[in-house]
Design a binder for this molecule. Structure first.
Ligand code: MN
Length: 338
């Protein structure tokens, strides 16, 4: 099989690799599409603390089942599937309590284990989810980023009537925006890039705030008639902004955090206690694939609106280098392997 490996930070090689032996419970998937994510770029640049090199990157992948181990049930050769990249042990305390995405020995394909920049992958059958034949590969490959949006909307309990502030209008912020809109919330998106805010409006944002031009808090309170927002989804992940997020929240508000920075945020207890705020983390996804596939199937979300461009595998290295130098934009760049 053909794979794209990050050999060490800044160095990429496309090589042929033995696929290895299919073990009990596993399936071989012919990869059709892999999405490029900010975390792939971090691995390429050497700024992902979880990665050991060399690494086949890519954790957003979809394809056709080529072969299944004799004991595998539920899928068969020829089925189109999306692959949930979250590998958990299934026996630790977190797994037993229903938190496989924060398993004590968590591995993510494309980060801690080899991923989807490959013509084929061997994965546990428990990590594959069938997609209907009518769903395009370009749509199916977006299930993973939307599973992140689904997870944070669930963690913050977004529902009809909520006033949601989404910080950061990248792919994850946009997936959260679209999911929150689908769930019936009013959504304000904040970013520092007007082009991204324009895109957020096209995707359904009710209001946008450029926080370089306007004061975030003032504008949030103006737009919510002095009430504040019931939910904050922080997809910008700037530690210095955390206190202002607490201040934007309405009494009883929920704040969802997606960041990985180890820097400290200066916050005070007063805002949290006075308004009885809930602050929750959201990591990867907790088995959200079936739900997202259903949303896509039912036409409740239009994920294709997030697609920026689609490139051949031969162009993958050039595209990765380009994104690494220009930065990830608000749309999804996809690599095709068929
Ligand atoms: Mn991703």
């Amino acid at each position: 099989m053909k794979v794209l490996q990050v050999i060490k930070p800044g160095e990429i090689a496309v090589t042929n690799k033995e696929i290895g032996k299919l073990k009990a419970g596993e399936v071989i998937v012919d990869i059709k599409r892999v999405g490029i994510c900010g975390s792939d770029i971090h691995i390429f640049k050497g700024s992902n603390p979880f990665t050991v090199y060399p690494r086949v990157i890519g954790h957003e992948m979809t394809g056709l089942i080529a072969e299944i181990a004799p004991d595998v049930q539920g899928v068969r050769a020829g089925d189109g599937v999306v692959i949930d990249p979250v590998l958990n042990c299934g026996v630790c305390d977190a797994c037993r309590r229903g938190h496989p995405n924060v398993c004590g020995s968590l591995k993510v394909m494309g980060v801690h284990a080899d991923g989807g920049f490959a013509s084929q992958m061997i994965v546990p059958s428990a990590n594959v989810y069938k997609v209907p034949e009518t769903m395009s590969w370009n749509k199916a490959v977006l299930v993973e980023p939307f599973s992140i949006g689904a997870n944070i909307c669930d963690r913050t309990g977004v529902e009809k009537g909520d006033r949601v502030l989404v910080l950061g209008s990248g792919v994850i912020g946009n997936a959260a925006l679209m999911t929150a809109k689908m769930l019936g919330a009013e959504v304000i998106v904040c970013d520092i890039d007007d082009a991204k805010l324009e895109k957020a409006k096209e995707l359904g944002a009710d209001h946008t705030i450029n926080s370089i031009e306007l004061d975030l808090q003032e504008e949030v309170f103006r737009l919510t008639k002095g009430e504040g927002v019931t939910v904050v989804i922080d997809a910008a992940c700037v530690p210095a902004l955390f206190q202002s997020l607490l201040e934007c929240a309405a009494p009883g508000g929920r704040i969802g955090v997606l960041g990985f920075s180890k820097d400290f945020s200066e916050i005070n207890q007063f805002e949290i206690t006075r308004k009885e705020l809930s602050i929750v983390g959201s990591r990867l996804n907790n088995r959200r694939f079936p739900q997202v596939i259903r949303w896509f199937e039912d036409g409740l979300l239009e994920p294709e609106k997030l697609i920026n461009s689609v490139h051949s595998f031969a162009d993958a290295e050039r595209v990765l280098r380009e994104i690494a130098s220009t930065g990830v934009n608000s749309g999804k760049t996809i690599i095709r392997l068929d």
